[in-house]
Design a protein around this ligand. Structure first.
Ligand SMILES: *Cc1c(COP(=O)(O)O)cnc(C)c1O
Length: 402
């Protein structure tokens, strides 16, 4: 049997390959000219003042926590309907990751739920743009900022997307309702560098701090001296000299991968429009199936601005008369790979053990999880493949209309 159509995969062309090869032949494999070029191009694209390239979105989220001063004794609230990293980044700092429930349409953090469950030790909110649909950022920012917390947008799904507010459109990463935004370049995401991420902000102090922490807390422009050891023959500061001002990491994104990122960025508009076309075909081909709900829009005005990362159906498996495992197996035997996004993070064993979280904490996210199934969505899918997925889905679920 041919391997099934995966739920997501990268698009790598000859131009991507030659741009990587070019850097492989150059002198600098890591901190070279492509890093700043990639940062500058991405910042300009989303309309942000600063962008700091790092080796994953997880690293970018960790840096966001660090520059926001999040640490032990603080609480960081995120969506339970996300990948582990959105919450883990807070735990790395010693803060307590916490979860607020999602809305029933976009399955993003619900501003009303956030307000109702607010706790005074909350220092940051990590808003996740699930499936590419932007959160209600102005409303979330209002709840968080009125209470003295910062807003970090986990836009790992949403590069190139935007939303309408107050009569104009705003880019993800380029609007005033997030203090910093992170993107992921993992192979299933909108563009890829193999592994990689970007930390984006308008705050110069945060960008400088993120750059320093990306490379072991060393800032080649800041020397505070070695204190009394200066007198012990340690004062000479030649070209070798550097100082570590705080505890940082190696979160650098190599020049080789920034070259790939640049070449992928050239193709971003095409990737997004192909994803939108596939979503439109799915919406048409899968409408009005009993027990199946299509992805919802929080605001219809945003329809043409969303950069779709996932196509997640809500399926009433009881009404359909099959378990999710049976549906996935039947689709797989017809050459269609599927996935489930996401197991609510608060129900992961480590989160239960460490923080005592239980089923019932976020009922909307839990209900969403029970019914969720992601169909294949990636730009290289052909129209025949999309039609094949639709046909296979009808065969497996049954075509009785409601
Ligand atoms: C993929 C993803 C991440 C982590 O990205 P990496 O680049 O793999 O670290 C974080 N948050 C969300 C919502 C993601 O989908």
């Amino acid at each position: 049997m041919r391997s099934p159509i995966p739920y997501g995969r990268q698009s790598i062309g000859e131009r991507d390959i030659s741009s990587v090869v070019e850097v492989l032949r150059s002198a600098l494999l890591t901190s070279g000219p492509k890093v700043e070029e990639f940062e500058g191009r991405l910042a300009a694209l989303v309309g942000a003042k600063h962008a700091v390239a790092v080796n994953s979105a997880t690293a970018a989220l960790h840096l966001a926590m660090r520059v926001a001063g999040v640490g032990a004794g603080d609480r960081v609230v995120t969506s339970p309907n996300t990948f582990l990293a959105s919450a883990n980044a807070a735990a790395y700092t010693g803060a307590t990751p916490d979860f607020s429930d999602v809305d029933p349409v976009a399955h993003n953090l619900d501003p009303e739920a956030l307000r109702a469950t607010w706790r005074s030790d909350t220092k940051a909110v990590v808003a996740v743009d699930f499936a590419g649909q932007p959160c209600a950022m102005p409303a979330l920012a209002r709840v968080a900022r009125d209470r003295g917390a910062v807003v970090i947008e986990d836009a790992s799904h949403a590069l190139g997307g935007g939303f309408n507010h107050d009569g104009r459109s705003w880019n993800v990463g380029g609007h005033p309702w997030a203090d910093a935004t992170v993107f992921s370049f993992h192979p299933v995401k909108t563009i890829t560098t193999g592994e990689g991420g970007m930390f984006v902000t308008d705050r110069k102090d945060w960008a400088d701090a993120a750059r320093r922490l990306r490379s072991h807390g060393v800032d080649r422009a800041v020397f505070s001296g070695l204190g009394e050891d200066e007198d012990a023959g340690m004062a000479e500061r030649g070209p070798w000299y550097y100082e570590m001002q705080e505890l940082g990491y190696n979160y650098r994104l190599p020049d080789v991968l920034c070259a790939l990122g640049l070449s992928q960025l050239d193709q971003l508009a095409g990737f997004i429009s192909r994803r939108r076309e596939i979503v439109a075909r799915y919406n048409e081909g899968l409408k009005e199936i009993r027990g199946v709900d299509l992805p919802g829009l929080l605001d219809r005005a945003n329809r043409d601005l969303i950069s779709w990362h996932l196509y997640v159906l809500q399926i009433d498996f009881e009404a359909v008369g099959k378990t999710r495992t049976e549906v996935m197996a039947a689709l797989r035997s017809r050459g269609v790979g599927t996935q489930v996004h996401y197991i609510p993070v608060h129900l992961q064993p480590w989160y239960r053990r460490t923080y005592g979280y239980r089923v019932g904490k976020c009922p909307a996210a839990e209900a969403f999880y029970r019914r969720a199934l992601s169909l294949p969505l990636f730009p290289a899918m052909t129209d025949q493949e999309v039609s094949h997925v639709i046909g296979a889905f009808h065969e497996v679920i049954g075509t009785a209309t409601r």
